[in-house]
Design a protein around this ligand. Structure first.
Ligand code: SF4
Length: 697
C-alpha cells in the first residue's frame, strides 16, 4: 500500500482559504484535514469541507459529457463523447460569433476561488472570442467599493492579530458559519478578556456567543455608523493627532453627523438609545486608553440598497479613534487587494477583437433574470443566444429566481454548463461537461480573509472523464481555431503567472516553491495604516471623497434607506410587512454541499425563523409549514418560532437547491434584481414578505 500526503487548498468562497492535507492511499483520497502547521488554518477544517472526500466520490458525480434529451429544466440527458460535445459547442458558438460574438455570455463566480481554475484559461477563451463580458457583482462589489472610497483598497487588520484585540465588533456576519478561523481568533481574544459585540438583525450562532448583541433593523447599518460617529465627536472620544495627520474631511464629517443624534439613530435602526451610547462609549473609551479595538465587517450588511455606503461609513470609525495605530486594531472587510495579482497576464484582455462596430458589452450577473429575457436593441446590444456557465449555479443563486429560470428555459438559448453535479442550472443545459474537483487538479489561491498564497497540488487522477476547467477551455480554443501561444500554457505555467514576484508583497514568489511548501505569507506591515499611507487618492483615510463626487455619489458618509422596509416603503409594507434575510446555513456554502447527504440531513429541510409575536399574529406555531410570499414569488418552509430574529424579521437560511426542497423553490424566489447604491450588486437582504400558515395539500 502506498500512502501519500498532498498539500492542497480549500477552493470555496470563504475568507479562510484553508491549507488542507489530503491523504491518498493507492491513488484514492481517503481523508482531508486542516494543515496543523498553517498558522491560520491551525489544523481545523469546517464541517462542510471535512466531507470533501464524500463529495468527491459522491455517487451523483458527473463523470461524462451529456446532451439534453428532455425539455429544458427537466434534467434528462444522454451520455455523449468529448469529441461530439466539443464539436457541437464549437459549431454553435462559431455560428453565433459570425453574427455577433457578444451574443455569447460567460457566467461564472466563485465555485472555485482558484486563480487557475477560475478565470485564467476561461477568460482567455472568451476574450479571444469577443464574447460579452460579465460584471461579477453577485457577492461583494457594493461593500468593496464603499470600503475603497474610505480606505483606498481592500486591506486592513491581519486576521491573526484579532486574538490580541480588546474589543471586537463583529458587524454583519456570522463567522461561526462562514469565517470559522476568524471566529477562533475572536474566541481566543475573549478568553484573554476581550469584549465581543455582534451587530446583526438576527441572533446568529455567533451573536449568541458574544457578550453583546445589537439587533438593528436590516439595512440600517449606515445609520448606526453615523450615530456612532456623532457620539465619538460629541464626547471627544477622538484621536486628534491621527485625524489631523492621516484623514481628510473631518470638519465636513463633523457637520454631517451632527444631525445623527442618538435619538434619530435609535429610531432609524430600531435600537434603544442606551445600546448606541454603550457601543460608542466602549469603542471610544477603550481606544482612548490605548486598547486595540477592531472591527470585522462581513458582506451580509452590504446586500441592501445602501450597502456600499454602510461599509464606507463603518470604515471611517477606526481612523476617528486612532485604532489603526495597533496591529490588532482597525478593521477588515477583505484582504484581497494585498495580493499583487496579474489578472491581465492570466486573462489576456488584449486578445479581444478591436471592432469599432461591436464595442465591448458588459452584462451584470445580478440581473441575469431580466437580461436573458431581453430582445436585441440599440441600448442592450444583441439578444443573449448562448451562455457558458462554470463555477456557478445561477438558477439557484441569482436573485428573482423565477425570471432566471424563465430565461434559462428559452428554447432558443444554447446553454453549456461545466459542473460536478446535476445542479438546478444543469437541468437547463444543452450540453453538460464534467469538471474536476479540487482534489483532481492544480491551482493556486489568494485569500480574502488572511495573507497567504496557498498551493493546491493534484491529489488523485480525474474521476471518469472529468477534466479541469482549464483543459476544457484549451480544447474548446483548439476547436475554434485559436492558436495563440497562451492557449498552450499548462496549469503549472498558469499558476506561475498568477502573482507578481517583483512586487514587495510577494517578493520571490514561485509556484515551484509554494507548491512544495504549501503556502507563503505575503510581506506586509503588522499595522498597515499606523502612520497613514492609505492607498486613496489623497493618501489619507477619506471622510470626504472627491472620487465619490465624480462618481455621482454623496462625497460624505450618508444613510440610504432600504428599497423595501416598513419605514421606507409603507404602501408595500401593508401587503408584505415582514423583512426577510437569507444568510448562509452553517452546513452549506452557497449551493455547494447541499447535495451531500450527511450535511443536508443535519440541516433537515428549509426553515423559516420567525419571532413569537409575528407567529402568534398569524396563528403559526413552531413546526407548522408556512407559505412565504411577496410580489415576486413564494416558497414553503417549516416555521421555527423563536426570538432569534428580531420582531418584524424572518430568516430563511440559504441556499437550498431548489429541486431538493419540497416545493422546488428557495429564498431567491422572493429576492429582487434591484441593485445597490454602488458596485452594481444585488440587494438580497432588502426584501419584504408576508407569511401565512400553508394550506394542507
Ligand atoms: S469553507 Fe472555509 S473554513 Fe471551510 S475548509 Fe474551506 S476555507 Fe476552511
Amino acid at each position: 500500500m502506498s500512502t501519500r500526503i498532498i498539500k492542497a487548498a480549500c477552493p470555496h468562497d470563504c475568507p479562510d482559504t484553508c491549507a488542507m492535507l489530503v491523504t491518498v492511499v493507492d491513488g484514492k483520497a481517503t481523508g482531508v484535514r486542516g494543515d496543523p502547521d498553517h498558522p491560520n488554518t491551525a489544523g481545523v477544517l469546517c464541517t462542510k469541507v471535512s466531507r470533501y472526500v464524500e463529495r468527491t466520490y459522491h455517487a451523483d458525480r458527473l463523470l461524462y459529457p451529456l446532451k439534453r434529451v428532455g425539455r429544458k429544466g427537466e434534467g434528462k440527458f444522454v451520455r455523449i463523447t468529448w469529441d461530439d460535445a466539443l464539436s457541437e459547442i464549437a459549431e454553435r458558438l462559431q455560428a453565433i460569433a459570425v453574427r455577433d460574438a457578444r451574443a455569447i455570455l460567460p457566467y461564472s463566480y466563485a465555485g472555485t476561488m482558484g486563480a487557475v481554475q477560475g478565470e485564467s484559461m476561461a477568460m482567455r477563451f472568451f476574450n479571444r472570442l469577443g464574447a460579452s463580458q460579465l460584471d461579477r457583482t453577485i457577492c461583494a462589489t457594493a461593500g468593496g467599493t464603499g470600503y475603497k472610497y474610505t480606505i483606498g483598497a481592500k486591506m486592513g487588520t491581519d486576521t491573526e492579530q484579532y486574538e490580541n484585540a480588546k474589543l471586537i465588533l463583529i458587524w454583519g456576519g456570522n463567522p461561526v458559519a462562514s469565517n470559522l478561523h476568524f471566529w477562533m481568533k475572536a474566541q481566543e481574544a475573549k478568553r484573554r478578556g476581550a469584549i465581543l459585540i455582534a451587530i446583526d438583525p438576527y441572533r446568529s450562532l455567533t451573536a449568541e456567543k458574544c457578550q453583546h448583541h445589537l439587533a438593528l433593523l436590516p439595512g440600517t447599518d449606515a445609520a448606526l455608523a453615523l450615530g456612532l460617529m456623532h457620539l465619538l465627536i460629541r464626547d471627544d472620544l477622538l484621536d486628534h493627532d491621527y485625524i489631523d495627520r492621516y484623514t481628510l474631511g473631518f470638519d465636513e464629517l463633523k457637520q454631517r453627523v451632527a444631525e445623527w443624534t442618538p435619538q434619530r439613530t435609535a429610531a432609524t435602526c430600531g435600537l434603544a438609545v442606551e445600546q448606541i451610547e454603550m457601543l460608542a462609549r466602549l469603542y471610544g473609551e477603550m481606544a482612548k486608553r490605548g486598547d486595540p479595538v477592531a472591527i470585522r465587517l462581513s458582506y451580509g450588511l452590504q446586500r441592501v440598497r445602501g450597502g456600499g455606503m454602510a461599509v464606507r461609513n463603518i470604515a471611517c470609525l477606526p481612523a476617528l479613534v486612532g485604532a489603526w495605530r495597533h496591529p490588532a486594531g482597525g478593521a477588515l472587510l477583505s484582504s484581497g487587494d494585498n495580493y499583487p495579482k496579474r489578472s491581465a497576464q492570466m486573462e489576456r484582455p488584449d486578445l479581444r477583437p478591436n471592432d469599432v462596430d461591436r464595442p465591448p458589452r458588459v452584462i451584470n450577473m445580478s440581473t441575469i433574470g431580466d437580461d436573458l429575457l431581453r430582445p436585441s436593441s440599440a441600448s442592450f446590444g444583441p439578444k443573449i443566444e448562448a451562455v457558458i456557465v462554470y463555477n456557478s449555479n445561477p438558477v439557484a443563486v441569482a436573485p428573482e429566481s423565477a425570471k432566471v429560470a424563465q430565461g434559462f428555459a428559452r428554447e432558443d438559448l444554447f446553454t453549456v454548463v461545466l459542473e460536478h453535479f446535476q445542479t438546478d442550472t444543469v437541468d437547463y443545459a444543452d450540453i453538460v461537461l464534467p469538471a474536476t474537483t479540487q482534489l483532481e487538479h492544480a491551482d493556486i489561491h489568494a485569500s480574502y480573509g488572511h495573507q497567504y498564497i496557498i498551493a493546491n497540488n493534484p491529489a488523485i487522477a480525474p474521476l471518469g472523464e472529468s477534466k479541469p476547467n482549464t483543459e476544457i477551455f484549451r480544447l474548446l480554443a483548439a476547436r475554434m481555431g485559436f492558436s495563440d501561444p497562451c492557449f498552450f500554457d499548462t496549469d503549472e505555467a498558469l499558476a506561475s503567472q498568477a502573482f507578481d514576484a517583483s512586487h514587495p508583497h510577494a517578493r520571490d514568489f514561485s509556484w515551484q516553491q509554494v507548491s512544495e511548501q504549501g503556502w507563503m505569507k505575503l510581506n506586509l506591515p503588522a499595522a498597515p495604516f499606523a502612520q497613514g499611507g492609505f492607498p486613496t487618492p489623497s493618501g489619507k483615510c477619506e471622510f470626504y471623497s472627491e472620487q465619490m463626487l465624480r462618481d455621482g455619489l454623496d462625497p460624505l458618509p450618508a444613510y440610504l434607506p432600504p428599497y423595501e422596509s416598513v419605514a421606507s416603503a409603507p404602501e408595500l409594507a401593508k401587503d408584505y410587512p415582514l423583512a426577510m434575510i437569507s444568510p448562509p446555513q452553517r452546513n452549506f456554502l452557497n449551493t455547494t454541499f447541499v447535495n451531500v447527504q450527511s450535511l443536508r440531513a443535519t440541516e433537515g429541510e428549509p426553515h423559516l425563523d420567525i419571532h413569537p409575536e409575528d407567529a402568534a399574529a398569524r396563528g403559526i406555531t413552531d413546526g407548522d409549514m408556512v407559505r412565504v410570499f411577496n410580489q415576486r414569488g413564494e416558497l414553503h418552509a417549516r416555521a421555527r418560532v423563536s426570538d432569534a430574529p428580531r420582531k418584524g424579521l424572518v430568516v430563511a437560511l440559504s441556499i437550498w437547491w431548489k429541486k431538493l426542497a419540497s416545493d422546488g423553490r428557495n429564498a431567491n424566489e422572493l429576492t429582487s434584481q434591484r441593485l445597490t447604491d454602488m458596485g452594481r450588486a444585488p440587494t438580497f437582504y432588502d426584501v419584504l414578505v408576508q407569511v401565512e400558515r400553508a394550506q394542507p395539500s
